[in-house]
Ligand binder design. Structure first.
Ligand SMILES: C[S@@+](CC[C@H](N)C(=O)[O-])C[C@H]1O[C@@H](n2cnc3c(N)ncnc32)[C@H](O)[C@@H]1O
Length: 244
């Protein structure tokens, strides 16, 4: 992501939690997290999931890793969870976790084949044999990026009471990689910052090949947070992969 001006990374990290209120996807992951003795949250962002798990009495090891220092500053408000600054591919844990998760489409931040391979290999290595990796990625057939344009703004009030408008604009679609900007403005006012992101939209066959090559077996796939079957029109592809 790139940052252009006066809305700071710290403010943007706070805003993330306002924009991403707890929902059905979080309930889905929370049940997995609470059931596992040890959990690795890859791309943990501001740490909402592991905060909630500890608050609800999870007694085991909880570790969140993310390359975004500002998001981790928010996560670190809870010091009874381990927080590490880094990427998925940089991880060097060996057979230490029973469950890994990558939530809120964090998996799609892995763009190049090399990064996907290295990240999945590192996640597999961090899991005990039989451990599980659960994540979701948007179904490319639904082409959700076609709604990422100024006709679909999000208005929000931030933690300081500022009224903001968030708009997205797709810059390019190259193969299965979508580059877009997210601009945060005062409502009716000037832009405060623009972040540019590239997300990869893997199809299920390609995703399956990456997982197999990294030592996973796909154990479950679903098209919704309540166990709906994965169908061509499903918005999400929710995958549970077992460390073989
Ligand atoms: C949409 S946010 C999701 C954050 C969090 N999982 C949640 O549910 O709120 C995607 C996160 O993935 C992180 N990320 C980007 N590239 C990454 C990488 N290579 N390895 C791990 N995390 C990454 C970003 O910094 C960001 O915090």
């Amino acid at each position: 992501m790139t940052n252009q001006v006066p809305y700071s990374d710290a403010q943007a990290a706070e805003l993330y939690n306002v924009l991403n209120a707890w929902g059905p996807s979080d309930d889905f992951y929370l049940s997995l997290v609470m059931a596992a003795p040890s959990v690795l949250d890859v791309g943990c962002g501001t740490g909402m999931m592991l905060h909630r798990a500890r608050a609800l009495g999870h007694q085991g090891r909880l570790l969140g890793i993310d390359p975004d220092a500002a998001a981790l500053d928010v996560a670190r408000r809870r010091d009874d969870v381990e927080w590490v600054e880094g990427t998925a591919a940089s991880m060097h844990w060996r057979q230490e976790f029973h469950q890994a998760v990558m939530m809120s489409h964090a998996f799609q931040c892995l763009v190049s084949d090399d990064d996907i391979q290295a990240s999945l290999t590192a996640i597999r290595a961090a899991l005990v044999d039989g451990g599980r990796f659960t994540f979701e990625t948007r179904n490319p057939r639904v082409r959700s990026w076609e709604r990422w344009n100024p006709d679909h703004p999000t208005d929000v009030t931030d933690a300081d009471g500022r009224q903001l408008r968030i708009i997205h604009q797709v810059e390019s679609v190259e193969g299965d990689a979508v580059t877009f900007t997210e601009t945060t403005s005062e409502l009716g006012g000037p832009a405060l910052r623009t972040d540019r992101t590239i997300l990869r939209f893997l199809d299920l066959d390609t995703l399956s090949d990456f997982l197999t090559d990294a030592g996973f077996v796909i154990e479950g796939q679903s098209g919704g947070w309540f166990g709906e079957p994965l169908e061509p029109a499903s918005r999400e592809m929710i995958i549970t992969a077992r460390a073989a």
